[in-house]
Design a protein around this ligand. Sequence first.
Ligand code: F6P
Length: 340
Amino acid sequence: MNLGILTGGGDCPGLNPVIRAAVKTSLRYGYRVVGIRNGWKGLVENDTQILDLNAVSGILHRGGTILGTSRTNPYKDPAALAKLKKNFKALGLDALIAIGGDDTLGVASKLAKEGFDVVGVPKTIDNDLTGTDFTFGFDTAVNVAMEAIDRLHSTAESHQRIMVVEVMGRHAGWIAVHSGIAGGADLILIPEIPIKMAEVCGVIKKRSARGKNFSIIVVAEGAKFDGAEVTLEKKLDEFGHVRLGGIGELLAKKIEEETGFETRVTVLGHIQRGGSATAFDRVLGTRFGAKAVELVKAGKFGQMVALRANDIIDIPIEVAVGTLKTVGTEFYEMAHSFFG
Ligand code: F6P
């Protein structure tokens, strides 16, 4: 068995634990593992490396991905897609494990439908993939954001300021809600619920009236202001995504104008994606990597590993990429009851 492995899309803590587990499990079955460099780009350009035991030793605690990654979408370019398919065969790949978010897995799903033997592993700090309770990388991002919120509390209180913390998550508010609950934020604003300035200012003023002249507001990068997302640039990437960012600054300006409170913004950005994974993400990544190889062994192609009620199961990749998993009203309402 010649097994290919690639990591695509934004990097994320836990990728190396997945690669390590998949390679070690494969080697036990006597498989030869070919690492594809830089996501789908590596398959288009035939850029590969052999993954033996030494290649994956000592990588468990390392952030990023030893294989590199890219946001290349081969379905955007017929010539690139043709090269990819040719290389898949030329490399003698019997199967491929694609580790990625909705974009990478969207390509995996299309290839599987065209008859290529592909298995998926769900990765993203955004936790927005349907069918799995959690994606790996999310827990690390939440912990990074929680620690930042903890630290901002003391300086907010000392200066009697409003602190706006902008977190990632694209069109879903998972990182914001989880880190906001864990960090005791006074308000959490997410893409799923329109921002109401009257509520934002109301919370700040209510806290001030009981002597708390500071507040922490967590805002997801995709939260909508006046019904629209705030973007850093309009240019779309190969999967049609805009670069989100700027909602924190916009909100801070409005808060200062409407409440008179001095307001500061912290944009956590890629700090949420860098560095080593939490224990939870290392364990989840290890379980996902091992299970992905079991799916290959069982010939269950077009499937993706998923976490469901603490069991690792498999579901069709197309289910995971079909709809975005967003924060539900009930969960947000629970978080909401602790605001202010
Ligand atoms: O999907 C992961 C993610 O980190 C999003 O939360 C964020 O919007 C995006 O990637 C940032 O992408 P890039 O690394 O290309 O700036």
